[in-house]
Design a protein around this ligand. Structure first.
Ligand SMILES: [Zn+2]
Length: 228
């Protein structure tokens, strides 16, 4: 026997029919756009506003990089320093790193023997003053890791900021997840963290068009369903 209220039953039925899930606008997955619009109309009609979660970097990530002097496989760029070296009309630019265990310095190649005139003066100045934003964007750019053969270790380097506490009375509701930085995180792990449940329960409680067990670096949308 179903003891739930008619309104609650209706919400559950509509939710299952509407497949309330979809990509964030940034993902631009066209075939699902109709579903997204229907889902948003549904949520709006139920006076349920979307929640916003934001994934934010709290510090620069470590580098998974084997040290040549000790067994450590981890390095850091600290607060971030560049070294710029001029050789005639050519410039080399490195981002400096060091082993977290023995402090041995490493130079990560950013630019190699590039004509000085190919640099924007403002960019060159940013290298010379160790501009924090340029340090971050340089470190997070995939080409730096490919060129210098390291991957980023994001452990304990980010946090999830969620909307006000969730309540059973207002389920289901939609959550738009925004990434401030391209941090690879499994959606089920992120949802589990935000809702306070296990990963397996998170997979059972949400509807989302992304594979929940595959890391993503960009925003997505999901709907948290009733736990019943
Ligand atoms: Zn070392």
């Amino acid at each position: 026997m179903d003891f739930r209220s008619p309104v609650r039953r209706q919400r559950r039925r509509l939710c299952s029919v509407a497949l309330v899930c979809g990509p964030s606008p940034d993902n631009r997955v066209r075939p699902l756009r109709t579903y997204v619009l229907q889902a948003r109309a549904f949520m709006s009609s139920q006076s349920q506003s979307a929640r916003s979660w934001v994934v934010r970097r709290t510090r620069l990530p470590l580098l998974s990089l084997r040290c040549v002097a000790c067994p450590s496989k981890s390095a850091t760029v600290g607060d971030g320093r560049f070294r710029v070296n001029a050789n005639g009309k050519l410039l080399d630019v490195w981002l400096l790193a060091r082993c977290v265990s023995c402090d041995r310095p490493r130079k990560l190649t950013v630019h190699e023997r590039m004509p000085v005139r190919s640099f924007d003066p403002a960019e060159l100045h940013s290298y010379q003053i160790d501009d924090p934003e340029l340090v971050a964007s340089t470190l997070l750019a995939p080409r730096l890791g490919r060129r210098n053969r390291f991957t980023l270790d994001w452990s304990h380097a980010w946090r999830l900021e969620t909307s006000p506490a969730h309540s059973e009375e207002i389920l289901p509701f939609r959550v738009d997840v925004v990434f401030d930085d391209p941090i690879p995180i499994r959606p089920d792990a992120l949802i589990a963290l935000g809702v306070g449940v296990s990963r397996s329960e998170a997979r059972r409680l949400v509807r989302c068009d992304l594979p929940l067990n595959r890391p993503t670096r960009s925003g997505f949308t999901f709907v948290l369903l009733d736990r019943d």
